[in-house]
Structure formats: C-alpha cells, structure tokens
Design a protein around this ligand. Structure first.
Ligand code: 6R9
Length: 646
C-alpha cells in the first residue's frame, strides 16, 4: 500500500468554498438525520408535486422494497432541459467532439429542448407510451442523449445497450425487457473504424423470439442501409413530420426511468432498474459535490452512454445541474495518444473523468503526448471503474494534472446509481489508490465470510448498510433475483461483490471483485457468460474462465476449455472459439488466452477449483494451496505443464 499522501490543504480549495469541516457536518447530518437531509436534497429538483414521504425501505426478505420520495411527481427530462431555458437557454448544454478531430458542435439548452421534443413526439407518433421499453443502441453522439431524454420526457423506460455488444447480446436484452421500439444509427465511428450498428440490429431482429414494432435509425455516416417496410424509419426524416412541442409527462418519483443490463456472477446479465426521483436527486447531488462543479465549466466524462457512468455523469447528473457536458465519439488514442489533451485545450475542459485503463494506456505512450498540450483549463481529475494502481494515479496527478489538480477516485456500481465512496476536492487528503471516504448518506462496512462486522483497520467484504436515493430498486422482471443476488449473502445487508481494506484513517481501498465477475478495462464481465458462449461451440464440452492481472486492462480473460471426444486442438479452432465469444457477447469479452486441457481441477463433489485456475493463469505455481481435496490431483501438473509451454 502506498504511503504517499497529498493533503487537501496543499491543493487549491474547492471553488464552492466547501471545506473539511463542512463535509464532517454534512456527513454526520446525513447519517444522523437522514429524513431531514434527503428532504432538503429533494429541493435540488423541480417537482410537479413535491414529495412529503422521504423514504420507505424494508429489508424484510419477504417484503423487500426501496422507495424514495414516493408521493412526489416530476419529470426527469424537464429537470435536465426545460427548467434551464429561462436562465441559460443560450448556454451550451452539450459539446460534441467527433471521432474525426475536425468535427465538433455546440448544442445550447434551447436547441437541446427542440431536439428532444421532436424525438419525443416521434416516439409518440409510433405509439410508444408511458411505461413502454425502448432500446437505445447508439454511437457516442448527441442523438444518444436526445433519445434517452425523449424517453424520459414521455415516460418510456430506456435501456441503452453499449454499441460494442454483439447482435446476440442485443437480442437477449430486447427480449428480456420486452422492448417495442429501438433507436439506433446507421453506423458508429471509433478511432477511424466503422461500427455497423444497423446491420447488427438487423441480425438481432432475425433471431428467434425477437420482435419489435419500430426501429428508428439516425443517419450518421450516411452509408446505404436496408430498411424494412413499416418497421424501420430514418429518424432524420420523420423528426420533421412531428410537432416541435411535447409536454413532459408527469411521473411518480418511483416510476422507472431506465433499465441497464449488467453482468453478475451467474447466468445472464441482469436488468438493473432505476426509478425517477431518487436517482435524479442522487445523480445531481454527486455530480455537483464530487466534481465541485461550477456554472459555466466544461465537464468531460469519457465513458460511453452504454454504461452507468455515461447515464449519471454525461447525461442526467450534469444536465440536471445545467452544466456543459462533453460527449466524445472517439477513443483516447486516435488520431494519436494526445487526443484527450487536444480536446481539453480545444474546449476548455475544467473537469476530466476517465477510467484507470485509459490512464495506463496513455501512460505507456510517454509523457510528451501530454506535455505538448497546454491543459491549463483543467482543475480536477477523476477516475472510475476499477481499482487504480498508485503508479498510474501518480502519473495522472503529476503529468496530466501538473500536481495542481486533485484526483477523485470514485467507487460505485451500476446498481448504486451514483458515486458512493470518493474523495471530495478541497476536503479529503488524497492517498493514491484509495477511493477514500463515504459520500453523504452512505454507510459502508466490512464483514468476514460469515457476515460478522469487522471494525477498525481490516480487510473484508464490502457491504452497505441502509439505503440512499440512487439505489437500484429491483432486477427488471425478477424481484426474487434482486433479493437473492444482493441481500442473501449477508441477510439485511447490500453486498457489493467487492473486497476492500479499511486503513487506520478509515479510508477504503477497493481490492476488486470477490465473486466470479471480471473487470476488463473497467467493464464488468461475468465468467459464467463467457463460459456459456464457449460451450455453445460444437467442439467444446466444458469451459472455465478466470481473470489474471493485465498491465493495461487491469484484468485479462483466461479461458480453460475441454474439447468434446474426438475434437483436436488447432490454431483454427482457437480462432473459432475467440470468434464465438465475440459473436455471443462482443469484442470486450474476447479471451486473451485459450488453454485447451483434458480436464479441470474439481472437488469430489464436482465444483471447479477456480482458485487453482487463477494461480495457474497468473503463472504462480508456488501458491496453489491445498490440492488434496481434488478428485484428480494429477490434473494440476498437466495444467501447469501446458501453461509453461505456451
Ligand atoms: C461505475 C461502475 C462496478 C464495479 C465495482 C468495482 C469496480 C468501480 C471503482 C471500482 C475500484 C473504483 N469499480 N469503481 N473499483 N475503484 N473507483 O464502474 O459501475 O460497471 O457496474 O462496475 O467496478 O469492482 O463493483 P459498474
């Protein structure tokens, strides 16, 4: 663990004037008087009917529910758009920076209002109604945000599917949420390469059991695409046929806002459901406080809107706060490794929020790519998505931030809606590699494997006691799975799936997942999903997937595969297996290693000993631990032998 500490006092104070004593007072109040604290925070939003009931939460296994602001009525889109028109209608809401460095655009709040209203009326004209589910499968262009906000405006529930997911993955999400409409683009652009979004949609729709009434296609690159009869429409054209005004739908605070699929340790991705009032309060509050956001500043979060980070910190949080949010279509290394800092200078970015994997990749390219750009507009840096190693943290702080910008390492999850553990600028003394302290209203705790609380400086499983407004409400269509996944390991506690260490100062150091979830370049991937993709190949009898440390990606994917009788290992087969995973899930799930083996280490009851597989993948044979309980201990030597030969 790093001993370095950068005190808040050695860095510029928060622009808001927020000081350490304010944090202490606010944090204590949020814990001691949560109803009063969160009632006050509801005032951040404009309500059609202000809530009087603040929270109603039950951890009773048979009646588990989480409700915030349940008698409040509001509209999320109104809060992100309309309410800013009187004061900042001509200010920039979204800056679009294209994949091609010569393309950029400023969209004012007035313009945003116009675009979103037409998108919303187009959905209505296709008979999309309050409560209907709409899939959004888009590149990182402003139209993705318009689509999300348009759904929110009419009360439809969006589910954004990351553009890197395959037709198969897209199809399973369409089916699971029972979507009736889908919004996509002809193609996306990333690092000069084209992403065939509409083609993928067609492939998804050709699969069994997938049925959609409406597909709206944004013409982005302009290539020729096939349109299917009454189902497919060119959005750019049909937008012009509808009325420019669309009144926002009054929504109950607990009406669903969106579903976002995320990987767990078992089975298929889960549809994490977030509702309207609590999520919006939490996204807005965290965006303002964690990033010390000041009116007029440009905020750039490099995530894709296909992930929760894009939902909360590109779209809903910043726009609820009337901020200027930057949307970048491309990748940090195109056309060269200086792109991020070129964009920072071009658009005067004050706050930059990215993932450790991007920091490590840029660090490898050398300091000159950073230092040749000015970067003096930057005043705050953030990270999210995976643990950051102290070396990458220091590089980010010293080279990108010139040792004058605080780095906030923000820990949270799709399920939590917003940031839960983080430093606050001007307040928290920073320790490179630590997410530091809980945000307002958040009560983290550590438990041992039996669920006993561990106090003081210790290692343990990270749980959260109590609720906060941004917490997910259920797994869409499967409340039992929600209760089972998050609240059954340690009854009455929300289990994060992460391990953590708390040091003597009460700082949290997230050590990574303790379940069978991998974190590849900050993206969650269930080992079970990759295994089932592999087993779907006709030559495969069984597969076991583990993570191993990877310099850039944080974790790499190592797949052990047992072939069916009579099937032979070959280079072509390995290629086919990799292609199979790409097809079933997407390129982000592509195994880095495929290790064909005659067997797997199993206990006598048939359980795969993943601990051993992880060690072998890491090339760490000295620490295999007890192998005496294995059904066939000899398999370990065979695996090691094969590992050494690759
Ligand atoms: C926001 C987001 C959640 C998982 C989480 C943890 C890891 C996220 C982190 C971090 C260490 C941080 N994670 N932030 N680990 N330090 N600052 O990433 O959501 O995609 O659902 O992933 O990511 O393992 O459990 P999501």
């Amino acid at each position: 663990m790093s001993q370095e500490k950068i005190t808040a006092a050695s860095l510029p104070p928060a622009k808001s004037g927020y000081a350490p004593a304010d944090y202490d007072a606010d944090y204590h109040r949020s814990i001691d008087e949560p109803q009063a604290f969160w009632a006050e925070q509801a005032g951040r939003l404009d309500w059609i009917k202000a809530p009087t009931r603040i929270s109603d939460v039950s951890w009773d296994k048979d009646d588990m529910h989480i409700k915030w602001y349940e008698d409040g009525v509001l509209n999320a889109c109104y809060n992100c758009v309309d309410r800013h028109l009187a004061t900042r209608g001509d200010e920039t809401a979204i800056i679009f920076e294209g994949d091609d460095p010569s393309v950029s655009e400023h969209i004012t709040y007035n313009q945003l209002h116009g675009h979103v209203s037409r998108f919303a009326n187009t959905l209505k004209a296709r008979n999309v109604k309050k409560g209907d589910r709409v899939i959004i499968y888009m590149p990182m262009i402003p139209q993705a945000a318009y689509a999300m906000l348009a759904c929110a405006r009419i009360g439809a529930v969006h589910s954004v599917v990351f553009g890197g997911f395959s037709p198969e993955a897209l199809a399973s999400r369409i089916i699971d949420c029972g979507a009736t409409a889908l919004i996509t683009a002809d193609e996306g652009l990333r690092g000069g390469k084209k992403v065939p979004l509409k083609k993928n949609v067609d492939a998804a729709l050709a699969k069994k059991g997938v049925d959609l009434r409406t597909v709206l296609v944004w013409r982005h690159t302009g290539i020729d695409i096939e349109l299917e009869g009454s189902r497919d429409h060119i959005l750019n054209d049909v937008l012009m046929d509808v009325h420019p005004d669309c009144p926002p739908e009054p929504m109950n605070a607990e009406d669903p806002l969106f579903i976002l699929y995320t990987s767990g340790s078992t089975g298929k991705p889960k549809g994490v459901l977030h509702t309207t009032g609590g999520y919006m309060v939490y996204a807005s509050l965290t965006h303002e406080k964690v990033f010390d956001y000041q009116p007029g500043e440009v905020f750039w979060c490099t995530a894709d809107v296909g992930w929760i980070t894009g939902h909360s910190y590109i779209v809903y949080g910043p726009l609820a706060n009337g901020a200027t949010t930057l949307m970048f279509e491309g990748v940090p290394t195109y056309p060269d490794a200086g792109r991020c800092w070129e964009v920072v200078d071009k658009h005067n970015v004050s706050i930059f929020y990215t993932a450790p994997t991007a920091i490590r990749a840029l660090m490898r390219e050398g300091d000159e790519w950073v230092t040749k750009h000015d970067r003096s507009s930057l005043r705050l840096l953030g990270t999210v998505g995976e643990p950051i190693n102290p070396e990458a943290w220091m590089w980010y702080y010293n080279v990108v931030g010139d040792a004058r910008c605080a780095v906030v390492d923000t820990w949270w999850q799709t399920e939590t809606g917003g940031i839960l553990i983080t430093a606050l600028p001007g307040v928290t003394d920073l320790k490179p590699g630590s997410a530091t302290k809980p945000f307002f209203g958040i009560k983290p705790a550590l438990v041992d494997n039996e669920g006993n609380f561990i106090e003081g400086a210790a290692d343990g499983n990270l749980v959260l006691t109590g609720s906060w407004p941004g917490q997910m409400r259920t797994v869409y269509g499967d409340h039992d799975r929600f209760v089972e996944t998050y609240f059954s390991t340690y009854p009455g506690l929300y289990f994060t799936g992460d391990g953590a260490r708390r040091d003597e100062d009460g700082y949290y150091w997230i050590t990574g997942r303790v379940d069978d979830v991998l974190n590849i370049s900050g993206h969650r991937m269930g080992t079970a999903e990759i295994e089932s993709a592999l087993v779907a190949h006709k030559a495969v009898a069984e597969a076991a997937v583990v993570g191993y440390p990877h310099d850039i990606k944080g974790q790499g994917i190592y797949a052990y595969v047992i072939l069916k009788h009579g099937k032979k290992e070959s280079e072509d087969l390995v290629k086919e297996l990799v292609a199979q995973v790409r097809e079933e899930i997407g390129a982000i799930a592509k195994p880095d290693h495929i290790h064909i083996t005659p067997g797997l280490p199993k206990t006598r009851s048939g359980k795969i000993m993943r601990r051993i597989l992880r060690k072998i993948a890491e090339n760490d044979y000295g620490a295999l631990g007890d192998t005496s309980t294995l059904a066939d201990p000899g398999i370990v030597d065979t695996l090691i032998e094969n590992r050494k030969n690759r």
